[in-house]
Design a protein around this ligand. Sequence first.
Ligand code: PEP
Ligand code: MN
Length: 263
Amino acid sequence: RASSELKKERTVVRARSLEIGGKAIGVIAGPCSVESEEQIVSLAIKLKALGATGLRGGAYKPRTSPYSFQGHKVEGLKMLATARAETGLAIVTEVMAPEHVPVVAEYADVLQIGARNMQNYQLLTAVGDSGKPAFLKRGMSATMDEFLLAAEYILDRGNDQVILCERGVRTFEEHTRFTLPLASVPYLQAKSHLPVVVDPSHGTGKAPLVPPMARAAIAAGADGLMVEVHDDPEHAMSDGAQTITPEAFARMMAECRRVAEAV
Ligand code: PEP
Ligand code: MN
């Protein structure tokens, strides 16, 4: 069960370099999409030096439009594995379908379930059965109860390595891509023993808003962050508008460290 009433001690999720829910804040950074081996390896080296503890990058991309880039798929997974071999960073990448769980689990350290698939119960069950840690993103119109019940589909398979990720919800507001409710952090931490990560990139959709909301997430007590970073966001193959540069990521990390010390 996800409830903190049934399990008192907090769950710590561990995968290689990544620890979420322990003392330190875990930071999973990387591009929205894996674009090339050169891109992901050189970026991973920079991100590790700047304090990232996990590497993200999509190989299977859930795109709103069928005409948008859909990801490099297995080739993208291999590029991520090369970046891991170079840096030791744990790989967090999305799996979109139950039948892809074996191949994604072969290369990745943590299996991401995207917002659009939060209630894909066959996928949740397959990820639970994989034995790999799961990174579960909140559906864009899911309630907290639905989110926690989705996590329970994974836990119910005997897999307690589940990270909850608040990535913003759909509201009437259009100045940001989604609306990022940071009250979810203390709410979920009180309700559940699972660690909570915030994704200010998808949560806002706008790069200048990412560092301030990352700081706010840490102030609210988040166990970690997921942030989209790219060397040249303007030319990113997906989500460029919400993607920050390594330079901005370096400043964000310094600011977040100061906030973490203060709370
Ligand atoms: C992503 O992390 O790139 C992604 C597609 O996120 P979400 O499922 O939250 O939209
Ligand atoms: Mn993205």
